[in-house]
Design a protein around this ligand. Structure first.
Ligand code: F6P
Length: 321
């Protein structure tokens, strides 16, 4: 089937660089004489036929903006037969030949199930701050989120050192410790607690007390949201060590902001690759950049959950403390 018209959707949690990906999809499609339609508010837009034609000019100036100009949402309705049937109607009515879905695990699961049920060709572009997609080296937005968290922790370091305190900083990542591990290394943090490995708070507290006796009077522990709550950990540390401990939850600040060069370049390359995949007749797959080369990963594999390599990073944090 020749591809004349495609639709692009951003779904799930937004990630910095989604706009750069939309821009890349639209501009590359235009260069191939393909019409592009934007689907508004995630999968809801396909269910409710909320569409917007996108041309070269409509994506001007968005490369540097966080968030997504198409808006995004979580859409439980798309998991139902009725929701997908309505979405399929929109696809048929508007003569859409293929979809590009920009998002994370949830978005890829939805696209995979839509393909299984209605055979609509869809190519996924991985975009999520969590970097938790199996087979995908790096998702759009994760580098920006790490840099945002890094900026915050560098600031916290100043006050932690000056007031000789212990800080516990909670970062996002859903069930994955990727942001926590990376930022802990980049910010020179003393400890990291992630869902991928059991932690022993008694032994962490022992390290803090022993460190204090050696004259190390400030500590920053990074906690991944999927492993524990910063408030709970801080409370326990205060109780065990008797040291003044503060908790900070960085939260959604990590989701916004200007995408870094790395997030934008990844988005530009993957946008183009996704359209190329549709032109080659591929479907039910995500595009990824591995060691600088474009690859595809089956949605089925991508949605099975990512295992991150934690051992080396944890060793590094210990060695450098
Ligand atoms: O998947 C991105 C993410 O920011 C996770 O890190 C976090 O657990 C979740 O989304 C928060 O979702 P919401 O914005 O719907 O509260």
């Amino acid at each position: 089937m020749s591809i004349k018209k495609i639709a692009v959707v951003t779904a799930g949690g937004d990630a910095p660089g989604m706009n750069a990906a939309i821009r890349s999809v639209v501009r590359y499609a235009v260069s191939k004489n393909i019409e592009t339609i934007g689907v508004m508010r995630g999968w809801w837009g396909l269910i409710n036929e909320e569409l917007k034609p996108l041309d070269r000019r409509s994506v001007s100036g968005i490369i540097s903006q966080g968030g997504t100009v198409l808006k995004t949402a979580r859409c439980p309705e798309f998991r139902t037969k009725e929701g997908q049937a309505r979405a399929f109607n929109t696809v048929k009515k508007n003569k859409i030949d293929g979809l590009v879905a920009i998002g994370g695990n949830g978005t890829f699961s939805a696209a995979h199930s839509f393909y299984k049920n209605h055979k609509v060709a869809c190519i996924g572009i991985p975009a999520s701050i969590d970097n938790d997609i199996n087979g995908i080296e790096q998702t759009i937005g994760s580098d920006t989120a790490i840099n945002t968290a890094l900026y915050a922790i560098d600031n916290i370091r100043d006050t932690a050192t000056s007031m000789e305190r212990v800080f516990v900083v909670e970062v996002m990542g859903r069930g994955c410790g990727y942001i926590a591990l990376e930022v802990a290394i980049a910010a020179g943090c003393e400890e990291v607690i992630i869902p991928e490995r059991k932690y022993n708070l008694t032994s962490i507290c022992q390290d803090i007390v022993e460190g204090n006796l050696r004259g190390k009077l400030s500590w920053i522990l990074v906690v991944a949201e999927g492993a524990a709550s910063a408030y709970e950990i801080a409370k326990k540390i205060t109780k065990i060590t008797r040291l003044e401990t503060r908790a900070i939850v960085l939260g959604h600040v990590q989701r916004g902001g200007r995408p870094t060069a790395l997030s934008r370049i990844l988005a530009a390359r993957l946008g183009e690759a996704a359209v190329d995949c549709l032109l080659r007749g591929l479907k039910d797959k995500a595009v990824s950049l591995k060691c600088g080369r474009i690859e595809t990963v089956d949605f089925k594999k991508a949605i099975t959950g990512k295992k991150i390599e934690v051992d080396k990073s944890l060793d590094l944090i210990k060695t450098l403390t």
